[in-house]
Design a protein around this ligand. Structure first.
Ligand SMILES: [Zn+2]
Ligand SMILES: [Zn+2]
Length: 184
C-alpha cells in the first residue's frame, strides 16, 4: 500500500490531506508496460461523512510510451483527476439495481476492510488519461511500409525496396496515377 488510509480512525467531517510523490517503475497499459519517467506527484483531500469517504485529488507524471505509428518511445505527460467515494461493502448488499448503476458513474468504491489504499485511485487516474491511440506527435509520419524506415527522420525518403514487396492494391493505384500523369 502506497497511500493507506484507515477509515476507522478518521473523524467525521474533518478534511485530511495527502501530498507526496510515488515512485513506480512502470505502469501496465493496453500497449504493455510503460516506464514511469517522472515522480508521480499526488495531491489528495479526503473527508469522511455519512455518505462515505469522499476523495478528491490530482496526479501528475510522465510515462514513456511507444508510438503506434512509428514505434519510437516518447514521453507522454499525464495530468489526471481523482474523484471517488468509498462506501462500506455492506451498503452494496442493501442496494437496488438502479441505484447501483447510478453509483458506478460516481466512482463508488466498496471496501470490506477499514484500511484502503488511495494509490489504487492514483493508478486509475493515470490510466484513464492515456489516449486510445498513442502518437509521438499528431502528424507522426510513421514507418515506410516497404523497408520500415522512420519517415519522421527522413520525410523525403524514396524507397529503393519498393519494387520488391508491392501490395497489389497499391500497384493498381500507382499505375492509375502514372496514367493520369502521362495524360491518358
Ligand atoms: Zn510516431
Ligand atoms: Zn522505404
Amino acid at each position: 500500500m502506497d497511500i493507506p488510509v484507515d477509515i476507522g480512525r478518521l473523524k467525521i467531517g474533518t478534511v485530511y490531506k495527502y501530498q507526496g510523490e510515488l515512485h513506480w517503475e512502470e505502469i501496465e497499459l493496453d500497449v504493455g508496460k510503460c516506464p514511469v519517467v517522472a515522480p508521480i506527484k499526488v495531491h489528495i483531500q479526503y473527508r469522511l461523512d455519512k455518505d462515505g469517504l469522499k476523495v478528491l485529488g490530482s496526479v501528475q507524471t510522465v510515462l514513456l510510451c511507444p508510438c503506434s505509428r512509428c514505434l519510437e518511445t516518447f514521453k507522454l505527460p499525464i495530468k489526471g483527476r481523482i474523484e471517488a467515494i468509498y462506501r462500506p461493502f455492506e451498503v452494496l448488499k442493501e442496494q437496488k439495481n438502479v441505484e447501483e448503476k447510478l453509483e458506478k458513474l460516481e466512482n463508488v468504491v466498496y471496501y470490506s476492510t477499514p484500511v484502503v489504499d488511495l494509490a489504487e485511485r492514483v493508478l486509475e487516474a493515470i490510466v484513464v488519461e492515456v489516449p486510445q491511440k498513442l502518437l509521438c506527435k499528431p502528424d507522426c509520419k510513421g514507418l515506410c511500409q516497404y523497408c520500415g524506415k522512420n519517415l519522421n527522420e527522413d520525410p523525403d525518403h524514396k524507397c529503393t525496396e519498393k519494387s520488391g514487396i508491392v501490395d497489389p492494391r497499391w500497384a493498381v493505384l500507382q499505375e492509375f496515377k502514372s496514367r493520369i500523369a502521362e495524360g491518358g
